[in-house]
Design a protein around this ligand. Structure first.
Ligand code: NAD
Length: 272
């Protein structure tokens, strides 16, 4: 049993990820749940967080008001909540682990500004495997060069709201950066309607499929004349994201202010 328990507050507690996070915290010997927050209305408000997550009562009630105090906030809610949640963390001076994807430029700016005063780990994918795949994407792209066509295929469950996934975009950025390109200038995520037009040189394609209950699959392909490389990561259980985020919560608790990623948590940031 660890001597120090990291107190965590989960935002988005009633959601798929929120419930998984609650279950993982209750099973952890290193963390303790001190708060659970979700939006106003809907079922679950006022209920015990354990009941919401389908476990035993844990004595923490789900509220609709984030007022953090001496805890790490772990936010897996929806993009509309991000800026407000960042502000609450800054006001309280508490660390933040942000897993919400599809956030806009205003939220990204708020994140960068907040990181001057509090430590934040923000990542579109908290799995250990994806952190490594992102590094491999850059290494492979640099070794192969632009003459190999890069294409990314991602699959997620039918409830996912943003497309393409934040992870697919990150893989695309890693490929672009390693080959001195900007993803925004080379991204192609829509090919219908351009019949007869061949693939543009230097294009980085991303295709998003939605359906069923897939927790997330990403394949990065490098295609050349006569050969193809495929790097695939398949998530079969969303608990991997929760475990990664909670590992980040432990790690960020004692960090200096700054904006970190899962690669920093895992010590992969300097892998070249
Ligand atoms: P979900 O729709 O099941 O849950 C979202 C929850 O957030 C809901 O309970 C909703 O009521 C709540 N919410 C909405 N507005 C809120 C507010 N203002 N304050 C507090 N709570 C609010 O979605 P999900 O599948 O659990 O995913 C949540 C987010 O996490 C999404 O952005 C998803 O893409 C992202 N995600 C990230 C990773 C990662 O590794 N970074 C992995 C999986 C999912």
């Amino acid at each position: 049993m660890s001597e120090h328990l990291t107190p965590v507050i989960i935002v988005g507690a009633r959601g798929r990820m929120g419930r998984t996070l609650i279950r993982e915290v209750t099973q952890s010997e290193e963390l303790v749940l001190t708060g659970a927050v979700d939006r106003s209305g809907g079922p679950g408000r006022g209920m015990d967080a354990g009941q919401v997550a389908g476990t035993v009562d844990i004595g923490v009630t789900v509220t609709d008001d984030l007022r953090p105090r001496r805890a790490v906030v772990v936010d897996f809610s929806l993009p509309g909540a991000t800026v407000g949640n960042i502000q609450r963390c800054v006001e309280a001076g508490v660390p933040l682990v942000l897993g919400t994807t599809g956030i806009d430029s205003q939220a990204r700016e708020a994140l960068a500004a907040a990181a001057k005063t509090i430590p934040i780990v923000s990542d579109a994918n908290f799995s250990v495997g994806i952190a490594l795949l992102s590094r491999l994407a850059g290494l492979a792209a640099r070794a192969l060069g632009q003459s190999w066509d890069a294409e990314i295929l991602e699959i997620h469950h039918k409830h996912k709201r943003d497309a393409p996934s934040g992870t697919a975009l990150r893989l695309g950025k890693a490929v672009a950066k390693a080959t001195d390109r900007k993803l925004a200038d080379h991204l192609c995520s829509e090919r219908s309607g351009s019949a007869g037009e061949p693939r543009k040189e230097g294009e980085i394609g991303i295709v998003a499929l939605r359906g069923g209950d897939s927790a997330g699959e990403h394949t990065l392909m490098f295609l050349a004349e006569g050969e193809r490389i495929e790097l695939t990561h398949r998530a079969s259980d969303r608990a991997i994201f929760a475990r990664g985020a909670l590992r980040a919560a432990r790690w960020v608790e004692s960090r200096k202010p700054g904006l970190y990623s899962m690669a920093d948590v895992l010590g992969l940031a300097d892998l070249h």
